[in-house]
Design a protein around this ligand. Sequence first.
Ligand code: CAA
Ligand code: FAD
Length: 380
Amino acid sequence: MDFTLSEEQLMIQQAAKDFAQNELLPGVIERDETQKFPSELCRKMGELGFLGMMVNEQYGGSGLDTLSYVLAMEELSKVDASASVMVSVNNSLVCWGLENFGTEAQKQKYLTRLASGEIIGAFCLSEPEAGSDATSQKTTAIDKDDHYLLNGTKNWITNGGSAEVYLVIAQTHVEKGHKGINALIVEKDMKGFEIGPKENKLGIRGSDTHSLLFNDVKVPKENRIGEDGFGFKFAMKTLAGGRIGIAAQALGIAAGAYELALKYSKERKAFGTEISNHQAIAFKLADMHTKIQAARNLVYQAAFDKDTGKDYTLSGAMAKLYASEVAMETAIEAVQIHGGNGFVKEYHVERFMRDAKITQIYEGTSEIQKIVISRSILKD
Ligand code: CAA
Ligand code: FAD
């Protein structure tokens, strides 16, 4: 597989790296401490084209391939995984879902503004009783001829308080099981829609996570995505690509933690020499470097599959499973290599360790990725 990057891909990678270093890095510790969502930085990322990277230019996007998106996600995540999850949700769940399955009118009304970063979106599948078990939707969207009446609660929604547009999965025909589920576009100011309190989290604390409450929200019929009953397939197809974005986020967290550990190991002295000269430390670095490269190959492979029209459900799940485990392991080792300094905030690696954990949980836990992978290989 030839992953030689084109000039355009190298340019995107450099632009994301510069943005991360110059704009995200300065306030990242404060945003983590105060759980502040970076609205202003979000606006700037929109201006730079990072919020609709794969969307066709006719809808206000950058018209780039998945590999370019993955390169940008990695660079942003090397510095600030809270900012990068907002980028991932807007690009690969909200914009991708609307561009591929929305009507022309929905694209004109919503996608153009989402892709340019004028507004951001949220993807609302999880519920208090339907996380991994996503078909068990309790939120209902009752068919009332010209509109749906939406009732229920969504949990853990990224961009929950800051989004303007929400793609909400809900059950219409309970007797049909997952084939009775719909996906609806909900606007923030629709009557009966309430945003719950912000979650106080272990990691990605700068990301804006809320529960959402729907109480007799009238959603016009024209806001349904796809045919009646397409909602669960919509969620699954969209998540298959979303997982590539989260895999790239995990890769970035791993690479960011490794780069800091490598630098520190060449500066810190113990027993009369740099700690990188102690084989125990050098071998940790060797393991980290090897696993990161293996994760990168899986992530690029999944992006390549998507860009070349191949099925990427399996390669995306493998990339997410492996990259998220490498992120967790690498971040723990980066703290270890920093010794006591690793335990304090100004050295950044403790944040990487806290942020890494979520990549094993959201967009399908590691156990769910193993279900997707095993079903795929057993089917073949
Ligand atoms: N593409 C298309 N269709 C798919 C599909 C895919 N990748 N995966 C499943 N389906 C279809 C199946 O074909 C089936 O349809 P048919 O009956 O017509 O064949 C239907 O979906 C139901 O599939 P299963 O029978 O396999 O359903 P299941 O109950 O066994 O569960 C699951 C499957 C993979 C475990 C699924 O429930 C799942 O992915 N769970 C995890 C949920 C998740 O990832 N949530 C993430 C929320 S978003 C988020 O987290 C964002 C963020 O953090 C930033
Ligand atoms: P559960 O499904 O209750 O799982 C608990 C444990 O049981 C896990 O270890 C799981 O792997 C395991 N388990 C469950 N079923 C099986 C099985 N069949 N076999 C083996 N093990 C199993 N959701 C959205 O829809 N949109 C978002 O934007 C979003 N953002 C999020 C942001 C954050 C910070 C967090 C924490 C979550 C977010 N989520 C979002 C929700 C996330 O996708 C779910 O938390 C995740 O899918 C797991 O669901 P759960 O929390 O209900 O765990």
